[in-house]
Write a protein that binds this ligand. Structure first.
Ligand code: PRP
Ligand code: URA
Length: 216
């Protein structure tokens, strides 16, 4: 995906701290404990960037010196981690947005068809937030992200952003085509998918690396 054709809804972080941590995250030498710490740290930085256009409202503050008008986050935010791998992104996001609600959505990718299968949905009856952030480290074919966005739209979510650590051009294309209104924040846009639907160069299986379930 040449830089000149990047969709306007795609935001690839250029922050040096993100770049530094991402190289450590990708390394095959990185063990699950360190991997989880890095997922958390990069998620915090991406969450910070994704919140840049959130609304604030005035709030009176009394400093030790005088009264002033400060701000508080006005958007009600819903965090939607995609199980399993999105779980590792939740704590960092809650540090940034302590009042956010968390709704879990369980999707796994069928290894043969690469299509997403929904197995868990803990959304409340109605959408009661202004902004939903879907959390998933990997955007590969885009099947899982597109399915999650469809679930959230059907449920009434007005504004949705997707936060990924690594995206493939194929996944970005799929999301942009199906949902041009959804902004995508990612730490990296990689080269392409391999024949098994893994991102190259990527980092391997994000769920297995976080939870120590790699078989190799
Ligand atoms: C991974 C990842 C995404 C999905 C991305 O989950 O966390 O949810 O694959 O692939 P896609 O863009 O082609 O849909 P996986 O299905 O491996 O489940 P897991 O998190 O339980 O390991
Ligand atoms: N899911 C992962 O965890 N990694 C990939 O590279 C693709 C899908």
């Amino acid at each position: 995906m040449p830089a000149s054709t990047l969709p306007p809804t795609l935001h690839v972080s250029r922050h040096p701290a993100v770049l530094h941590k991402l190289a450590l995250l990708r390394s095959v030498e990185t063990e699950p404990k360190k991997f989880r710490e890095l997922v958390r740290e990069i998620s915090w930085l991406l969450g910070y960037e994704a919140l840049a256009d959130a609304r604030v409202s005035p709030v009176p503050v009394r400093t030790p010196i005088e009264e002033m008008e400060g701000h508080r986050l006005a958007d009600r935010i819903g965090l939607v981690p995609i199980l399993r791998a999105g779980l590792g992104m939740v704590d960092a996001m809650l540090e940034l947005m302590p009042t956010a609600q968390v709704w879990h959505l369980g999707l796994f990718r069928d290894e043969r068809t690469l299509r997403p299968v929904e197995y868990y949905n803990k959304l409340p009856d109605r959408a009661t937030v202004d902004l939903c952030l879907i959390l998933d480290p990997m955007l590969a074919t885009g099947g899982s992200a597109t399915a999650a966005i469809e679930v959230l739209k059907h449920w009434g979510a007005a504004r949705i952003k997707l936060v990924n650590l690594i995206a493939a051009p194929e996944g970005v294309d799929a999301v942009v085509r199906a949902h041009p209104d959804v902004e995508i924040h990612t730490a990296a846009l990689d080269r392409q998918l391999n024949e098994k639907g893994y991102i190259m160069p990527g980092l391997g299986d994000a769920g297995d690396r976080q939870f120590g379930t790699s078989h190799s």
